[in-house]
Design a protein around this ligand. Structure first.
Ligand code: UDP
Length: 383
């Protein structure tokens, strides 16, 4: 099966990292078409997945765009659509991995009569998207997609609540290669030494720096924790949220926590860094569609505390494979972290259980099999 994958981003966010795993089994006869250049293209090349940047023009539509802005962008999209249509004739299936990819992919699918799959990595609600964007996404998915793959039950439910067709929507979680998350003790010691984290209780946060990812909640919690607790913030402001980064620095200065917070920027060695943490926190203040970082922490054998909303609730069972806290409440978060510091034995047991469960439940081989099955049904229906 020849698949044309489409993704609007040049930057490797969660949806893009997930696409690498999905595209890999098809790499001998697939192409990933990107609407922007960047590190994501480099990662695809490293994984020997054919990739082409299809436009150098940035697309003006944002998550909160209104109808007028959305219409204005259609003209801007015309050369890109023409290019995608031409390429799509050489493929059996179009696989749109982001919302703008859905728009372009849907039009190309109508013209070329190739089936369209939409991989939904978002909770389509007004918390994140303008009404215009929501309507466009739902209508295109309903009318043009043969299959919508939602990355969690939470994403599927929001899609259906916004008017999406339930009968074309299936839930498939992100897949991971458990082997990639094993780090030796020597390596862990080396990292802790390099980062000056010896004798610290290290709490890690792994996410782009963005208000709804809630790094400020962890900082506020840190102010209530004992002095040996140090926070590492791993990730960058991927989508221009520089103001938020500034606010974080101010908050840290006001609380006098300069020596207890380290900004590490975007890193490619997530498994090693997570293994070097005593605890990983997920603090999103809005429901997380999936939450790759939660599963990754589990695979590293590091205890994880997640904000109780959206997909995170499907990943974490309180006290079995992790801990859940009410989103947006630093005090509750501080309390859980304190419990983990004190109750080391039970916390370690939960982390081991989490690793065992996650290695099975999210194994990339199982997940890819689910996707292959869904796609093969589409092909069967087309004949
Ligand atoms: N990530 C990374 N380097 C960083 C910070 C994050 O590679 O410096 C990865 C992280 O390991 C995870 C992904 O980015 O795989 C983020 O996915 P998640 O589902 O947690 O959030 P999203 O970005 O999709 O909102």
């Amino acid at each position: 099966m020849k698949i044309l994958f489409l993704d609007q981003s040049g930057k490797p966010g969660g949806a893009e990292l997930c696409l690498i795993d999905i595209a890999k089994p098809y790499r001998d006869c697939a192409l990933v078409g990107l609407f922007a250049d960047g590190n994501f293209r480099k990662l695809l090349v490293q994984n020997h997945i054919p990739v082409e940047v299809l436009t150098n023009q940035s697309i003006a539509v944002r998550k909160q765009s209104n109808l007028l802005q959305a219409f204005a962008s259609v003209g801007q999209l015309a050369p890109l659509i023409t290019k995608v249509v031409k390429i799509a004739y050489q493929y059996d299936l179009i696989y749109a991995n982001t919302q703008k990819a859905l728009v372009v992919g849907a039009i190309a699918s109508i013209i070329t009569r190739r089936p369209l799959v939409y991989h939904l990595h978002d909770i389509l609600s007004s918390e994140h998207f303008s009404q215009t964007n929501l309507r466009i996404a739902i209508n295109l998915a309903n009318h043009c997609a043969s299959l919508v793959i939602a990355n969690s039950q939470a994403s599927r439910t929001a899609f259906i609540q916004a008017g999406g067709k339930p009968e074309i929507t299936e839930v498939v979680y992100n897949g991971f290669e458990p082997q990639n998350y094993h780090t030796s003790n020597d390596e862990i010691q080396k990292i802790r030494q390099q980062l000056g984290l010896e004798n610290k209780f290290v709490v890690g946060h792994f996410s782009r720096l963005s208000p709804w990812k809630g790094q400020h909640i962890l900082i506020a919690a840190l102010a209530q924790l004992p002095p040996q607790v140090t926070v590492i913030l791993v990730g960058d402001a991927l989508f221009g949220e520089q103001d938020y980064v500034e606010q974080l620095h101010q908050q840290i200065a006001q609380l006098g926590l300069e020596n207890r917070v380290k900004f590490l920027g975007f890193r490619a060695d997530i498994p090693q860094l997570m293994a070097a943490c005593n605890l990983v926190t997920h603090t999103s203040t809005a429901p997380e569609p999936f939450g790759r970082v939660i599963v990754e922490a589990m695979l590293c054998g590091t205890p994880v505390v997640a904000a109780k909303a959206g997909g995170a609730v499907e990943l974490v069972e309180q006290g079995v494979n992790g801990f859940l806290v009410t989103p947006g409440e630093p005090q509750a978060l501080a309390q859980v972290i304190n419990t983990c510091i004190q109750e080391t034995e039970i916390t370690a047991k939960i982390a081991t259980q989490a690793r065992d469960i996650a290695s099975q439940r999210f194994h990339v081989a199982n997940i890819n099999q689910q996707i292959a099955q869904l796609i093969s049904h589409l092909q069967g229906n087309r004949k």
